[in-house]
Design a protein around this ligand. Structure first.
Ligand code: FAD
Ligand code: FES
Ligand code: MG
Length: 269
């Protein structure tokens, strides 16, 4: 089962400016690659940023090995445009997998802005569920699903989402964050109902400041850089096939990198 880690990082300059929906780009050491991670929480008084990440490849494995008191070479942010927070009415926040951490500050900000917040969180199984109570505390209603039915309601997040859209209550906005395929299906679910659906795109990023072009996505037929024009976009306008294809460009290299690292350090590390 993949491991999910929560780190609190001392980064007062980032904590002073962080807003819901933004991210950081980190580099573990001089030779490490850069990876983007969402700002899951921040504490300006303490000067800390919380990141939550899932171990999927070399850099997240290496990150998981850091211990309290260790340093990272770079921790740059806050990057990206903050999520548009307003009083919309009823907002449905849908989170897939570790994106519960991404949606938390957004649900909280929507709640504080006076919206009725209905949250849906889904995971593959019970072991991957976290922050259930935290999300419940910033929602008027919380629906939990697991793909295998090992906890709460069995099924995908799109099922309760469709039921809410078909119900009596008018839904004014949907925020869907998680794996691209899940966001794509949430957008396809809301499209016939004409409910604006914001997704947080996660293409491969390098600099995170609009210079390398790596995070290029197509939205409404126009090329955008997710790091500076997003990461939030209108889910009904996103070219999902292009995004999914570009995310897989370096699968061979990523696989070889992980194998090399595991052969040097052991697969348990
Ligand atoms: P690799 O084996 O190198 O890659 C595994 C997969 O991760 C790749 O196939 C690719 O789809 C993706 N990936 C690889 N490198 C990058 C990169 N430089 N940028 C983006 N995706 C990449 N993950 C979390 O666990 N928690 C978060 O809060 C989080 N927030 C994100 C916010 C944004 C704006 C984006 C774009 C991505 C976010 N991710 C988050 C995804 C995270 O960046 C990748 O899981 C990480 O880069 C994987 O690195 P790796 O070396 O461990 O794995
Ligand atoms: Fe380089 Fe967006 S990550 S332009
Ligand atoms: Mg990598």
């Amino acid at each position: 089962m993949p491991h999910i880690y929560l780190f609190k990082v001392e980064a007062p300059a980032v904590a002073r400016k962080a807003q819901a929906g933004q991210f950081v780009v980190i580099r573990i050491d001089e030779k490490g690659e850069r990876i983007p991670l969402t700002i899951a929480d921040w504490d300006e008084a303490e000067g800390s940023i919380t990141i939550v990440f899932m171990e999927v490849g070399t850099t997240t494995h290496r990150l998981a090995l850091l211990e309290a008191g260790d340093f990272m070479a770079d921790f740059i942010g806050p990057l990206g445009l903050p999520t548009h927070i307003d009083k919309f009415g009823t907002v449905v926040c849908v989170a897939g997998g570790f994106a519960v951490a991404t949606i938390m500050p957004i649900a909280r900000a929507m709640h504080r802005a006076g919206n009725k917040v209905i949250s849906i969180m889904g995971a593959r199984n019970k072991g991957l569920i976290f922050w259930e109570n935290e999300l419940r505390n910033v929602s008027h209603q919380l629906i939990v699903t697991t793909d295998d039915g090992s906890y709460a309601r069995k099924g995908l997040v799109t099922e309760p989402l469709k039921e809410l859209l078909e119900g009596d209550e008018k839904v004014d906005r949907v925020i869907a964050i998680g794996p691209s395929i899940m966001m794509k299906h949430c957008a396809k679910t809301t499209e016939p109902f004409g409910v604006k659906t914001i997704v947080s795109l996660n293409p491969i990023m390098v600099d995170g400041t609009g210079m390398c072009g790596c995070c290029r996505v197509l939205v409404g037929g126009v090329t955008k850089f997710a790091c500076v024009d997003g990461p939030d976009f209108d889910g009904h306008q996103v070219d999902w096939d292009l995004l999914l294809a570009r995310q897989r460009i370096y699968l061979d290299e990523e696989g070889r990198s992980l194998q090399r690292w595991q052969s040097q350090h052991g697969s348990g590390g």
